[in-house]
Design a protein around this ligand. Structure first.
Ligand SMILES: [Ca+2]
Length: 325
């Protein structure tokens, strides 16, 4: 017994020592030093060195990865959290204040305001929870210490360095989620580089404080991922017969409308028979609801791969579309 007790005390001491050393020694770790050395091809050693010198280790970001609400809730529990009147009202105000930018986004990208509103509502409730995690510190922590996805976060850290260097944005502005997603539309740094736009043409791609740039960036993201103007995201359906044989758990359109009709799916639409859709079964109050997701639902799912996310965005878009007529 005594041996075990001593061993436990010894183990506890070791763990404490490790915890105490983890943060201050971050920059000295060989893998961090190697990362900094690799980046000196693109940036000055002094700039990189200073960034990592003042970097504060984000243990809270690592801890938060153990509880992600989306994965724990069913569709039925999920929708009301997001489709609440206060969120819809914030969205309608946001639309009124930025109508010109929404109109311009529709002209340039063919993306309707309702889906852009739904996405920004889902991501940050129009800026009311952008997140307070410092993005550089967060991504640096995750890039070296996330237990399973450090490679992914290291690539995002590289993208963030490029953003900080090119856009000369103040580090205080670079705040966001515990996963490194940034600003009103919660773009990861690689998405920012690929899809964020300077919608108000003021010379800065500012998705943190510029509603215009956030609106244009979401529109561009959806357009690049296959959004089609005037195509609904979802079509409500009733099912019978052999309907289950074409059911999918993915938003990737897999059958055309003609095949869905001939396999027991009943629905009302003016879309051509050749339109590709994804037949979906979702949890409902009692039993299931059936929907056909279109290429537009797929485009939204490219923003966030959760089926429930895409479904909630589709339902919320319908509410916004009715209210901004
Ligand atoms: Ca701008």
């Amino acid at each position: 017994m005594r041996v075990w007790l001593l061993f436990t005390v010894f183990l506890a001491l070791c763990l404490n020592i490790n915890l105490a050393l983890a943060a201050p020694d971050f920059k000295q770790r060989p893998e961090v030093q190697q990362f900094i050395a690799e980046q000196t091809d693109n940036y000055s050693e002094q700039w990189l060195s200073e960034l990592f010198e003042v970097m504060e280790y984000q243990q809270s970001a690592l801890d938060l990865f153990t509880r992600v609400p989306e994965q724990q809730l069913s569709q039925r529990q999920y929708n009301p959290i997001f489709i609440e009147p206060i969120r819809i009202n914030r969205g309608l105000n946001f639309y009124q204040q930025n109508k010109a930018w929404f109109d311009q986004a529709y002209e340039e990208y063919g993306v309707e305001p309702d889906v852009i509103l739904a996405i920004i509502a889902m991501e940050t409730n129009f800026g009311s929870f952008v997140g307070r995690h410092p993005t550089f510190d967060t991504l640096a922590t995750l890039a070296f210490d996330h237990p399973s996805r450090s490679d992914f976060f290291r690539r995002e850290l590289v993208a963030l360095l490029q953003i900080m260097h090119e856009q000369q944005l103040s580090p205080e502005l670079l705040v966001g989620s515990y996963a490194g997603a940034m600003g009103l539309p919660q773009f990861m740094p690689s998405s920012y580089l690929a899809y964020a736009v300077d919608h108000d043409k003021d010379g800065v791609v500012d998705i943190w404080t510029s509603p215009a740039d956030a609106i244009g960036s979401v529109a561009n993201y959806l357009a690049v991922h296959g959004w089609q103007a005037n195509l609904p995201q979802i079509i409500s359906a009733q099912v019978s017969g052999d309907y289950a044989s074409i059911l999918r758990r993915s938003t990737v359109p897999s059958v055309d409308i003609a095949e869905a009709r001939s396999t027991g799916w009943e629905f009302s639409t003016n879309l051509p028979d050749s339109t590709m859709v994804s037949p979906l079964q979702m949890d409902a109050e009692d039993g299931y609801e059936y929907w056909l997701g279109t290429a537009n639902m797929r485009a939204v799912a490219r923003y966030n791969p959760s089926l429930r996310y895409a479904m909630t965005v589709a339902l919320m878009s319908e509410i916004f579309a009715e209210r901004i007529q």
